[in-house]
Design a protein around this ligand. Structure first.
Ligand SMILES: [Zn+2]
Ligand SMILES: [Zn+2]
Length: 202
């Protein structure tokens, strides 16, 4: 079979998207997307490149908002928890201190807690680690016994309390993945403008 784009050249593979022949020149042309989509013909490469840049842009915005909200909540809650600990140490009004502590835990961990109610929570990276330890046990155990609503509420509180610690892990992990997304986005949009320039000049 010959290359679908360069009809005088022998193909070395088939486009992973549309199946036409791909020669070595086409292969190197699309190499930047090879780890994500396999070998592509020039047309599919352009299409996938545009899709990927668009998709990454959306993901970066979504993840930045998520990271911002979780970091802010955790930080405010953490300050309240420290405040309460200092209050215990200096023997201030116990009821007030306990209330501040509970409020601090709720605020610091709520971002992890509410994920119990999200349909897509299984996709969250942090879940691999926490599911076994926290929410799932509470959720499935209580869910099987009493009913899923009560189970979810129990799981929500479990996840929120554990969220005081798990949020730190989640924030670090999200920062790393946001950084990687941004790097890939920059690399691909550079490639995109190169491809567009080549097209303009031809
Ligand atoms: Zn193709
Ligand atoms: Zn070719």
């Amino acid at each position: 079979m010959n290359c679908g784009t360069h009809t005088d050249k022998a193909s070395i593979a088939q486009c992973a998207n549309c199946g036409i022949g791909v020669c070595s020149e086409c292969e190197s042309y699309s190499s930047v997307l090879k780890p994500y989509y396999g070998i592509l013909c020039p047309n599919c490469f352009k299409q996938k490149l545009n899709e990927s840049v668009k998709f990454l842009k959306k993901e970066i915005i979504k993840d930045s908002i998520r990271l911002g909200i979780e970091s802010l909540l955790w930080f405010v809650g953490f300050i309240l928890i420290i405040w309460a600990i200092v209050g215990f140490a200096t023997n201030q009004d116990t009821l007030g201190v306990v209330l501040v502590l509970i409020l601090g835990i709720l605020i610091a961990g709520i971002f992890q807690g509410i994920q119990v109610f999200w349909a897509g929570r299984k996709e969250r990276q942090v879940d691999d680690l926490i599911v076994a330890a926290s929410s799932y046990d509470g959720y499935t155990l209580a869910g099987g016994l009493i009913g899923s609503t009560i189970g979810k509420i129990i799981a929500f509180f479990l996840n929120t309390v554990l969220g005081v610690f798990l949020s730190v892990y989640s924030i670090i992990k999200m920062s790393i993945s946001l950084n990687n997304e941004t790097k890939t986005y920059k690399m691909l949009s550079k490639e995109q403008s190169t491809v567009n320039n080549v097209e303009k000049n031809n």
